[in-house]
Design a protein around this ligand. Structure first.
Ligand code: 5GP
Length: 183
């Protein structure tokens, strides 16, 4: 393995996707892994861009076939990192970015102790609620689940992540993360 593995996690609504998009644009040789998920595709999402969308049965078949480098159940749906594509990007020397949750990050850390684990925090708790509401993607019950999950995830992050970055100002957060990756 010649590339570098970077895990980026954070609660729902913290701005992970925007940050990862900026890193991809600015960091030469970076590659963002597209996860497979059993969750429903939402409005504005495209097959193969945000995720590879599959049924629960298909996801389970892929677990049995050992297709995932890591996988987890998050908010009642399965999400996993495709093994082959990720390893081949690493073999090509890429900086491979995994936008995954804390359970997935732990699995990656066990297999790849050199992986850099970065957790993104909101400047304040109310900010998450505002951002999740603003993007208008989830129904009320789904929003409640995501806000409740945020507290648990942030608590776990203090134990498992070496780097914590606050996303108050996007530009500053992206620069900080690029610095961490280059270090
Ligand atoms: P969403 O449904 O909002 O797109 O994602 C929900 C959560 O699943 C987020 O915390 C996201 O980081 C996580 N997630 C997305 N892809 C993966 C994956 O491949 N593996 C794991 N473990 N978590 C993922």
């Amino acid at each position: 393995m010649t590339g570098q593995l970077v895990v980026i996690s954070g609660p729902s609504g913290v701005g992970k996707s925007t940050i990862c998009g900026e890193i991809l644009k600015r960091l030469v040789g970076s590659y963002l892994s597209i996860s497979t998920t059993s969750r429903e595709k939402k409005a504005g999402e495209q097959e193969g861009r945000e995720y590879n969308f599959v049924s629960k049965d298909e996801f389970k078949r892929q677990i049995a076939a050992d297709n995932f480098l890591e996988y987890a159940e998050v908010f009642g749906n399965f999400y996993g990192t495709p093994r082959d594509k990720t390893l081949s990007a690493l073999e090509q020397g890429k900086i491979v970015i995994l936008e995954i949750d804390v359970q997935g990050a732990k699995q990656i850390k066990e297999q790849y102790p050199d992986a850099k684990l970065i957790f993104i925090l909101p400047p304040k708790h109310t900010e998450l609620q505002r951002r999740i509401n603003d993007r208008g993607r989830e129904e009320e019950r789904e929003i409640e689940k995501r806000l409740a999950g945020a507290g648990i995830e942030i608590a776990a992050a203090w134990r498992h992540y070496k780097y914590m970055v606050i996303n108050d100002d996007l530009e500053q957060a992206v620069n900080e993360i690029i610095d961490i990756i280059r270090r």
